[in-house]
Design a protein around this ligand. Structure first.
Ligand SMILES: [Zn+2]
Length: 223
């Protein structure tokens, strides 16, 4: 399982604490202490991750895509952008990013989306249910899961206001690093969509690497 790209296309600037595999079409969750950095890796390329987080000490406080747009004043987050909670507090900060393309406005695929919008009659795994499944050990249910920060998702807004579904531009080993600004429970779904172009019609695995940054090591990290 050790590969050159296990930690992504660059080494982590710190000490690896945990590596968690996120199987294709599934989700995973873990706790990240304040000051730790969570790397989310696209293992094979062109894979979108639907990412959410919760305040570890009060799980009722959760990631808010709307506050994240409002506070950062953009729908296209760049390095330095904060993931903001529904209580208007910084939860995590984007401190490294090898792709620079993400989506904050389209939310997550759901069982209803496949059935009612994509006319897919058979049951289909979804990011909403993947996140609920991964977060169940913390007592969180589907209704608790906020809409997501969509890592590597490329559905750009067109001049007429429509969004254009395109395949993720990420390549094998690409990653984002999120620095925890508070103790959080974080979850990511390797989006199972094989119907829209989102994952180039080929859902693949992702990976978490949790690390303690070297003092001054992670770009943007505070000692
Ligand atoms: Zn999805």
């Amino acid at each position: 399982m050790e590969t050159a790209l296990q930690l992504g296309r660059d080494p982590v600037p710190g000490r690896v604490v945990r590596v968690v595999e996120i199987p294709a079409r599934h989700g995973a969750a873990l706790e990240v202490a304040k000051g730790q950095v969570l790397r989310v890796i696209d293992v094979e390329g062109q894979q979108v991750g639907d990412f959410v987080c919760f305040n570890r000490t009060d799980l009722r406080e959760r990631y808010s895509p709307q506050n994240t747009v409002l506070f950062n004043r953009t729908i296209y987050p760049r390095i330095g952008a904060t993931l903001v909670s529904d209580r208007g507090r910084p939860m995590m900060r984007l401190v490294a990013d090898t792709v620079g393309v993400h989506d904050l406005i389209c939310g997550s695929c759901s069982e209803e989306y496949y059935k009612n919008r994509l006319d897919h009659a058979a049951p289909h795994r979804s990011c909403r249910s993947n996140l609920a499944e991964a977060l169940a050990p913390w007592g969180l249910a589907l209704a608790d899961v906020p809409f997501s920060f969509n890592v590597f998702m490329q559905w750009p807004v067109q001049p007429d206001g429509s969004v254009r579904p395109m395949a993720a531009p990420s390549q094998a080993g690409d990653y984002v690093d999120f620095l925890a600004e508070m103790d959080v429970v974080a979850a990511n779904s390797a989006c199972p969509s094989d119907i829209t172009p989102t994952n180039a019609h080929r859902p693949t695995p992702m990976r978490f690497v949790l690390y303690d940054p070297d003092p001054g090591g992670a770009p943007g990290s505070r000692p």
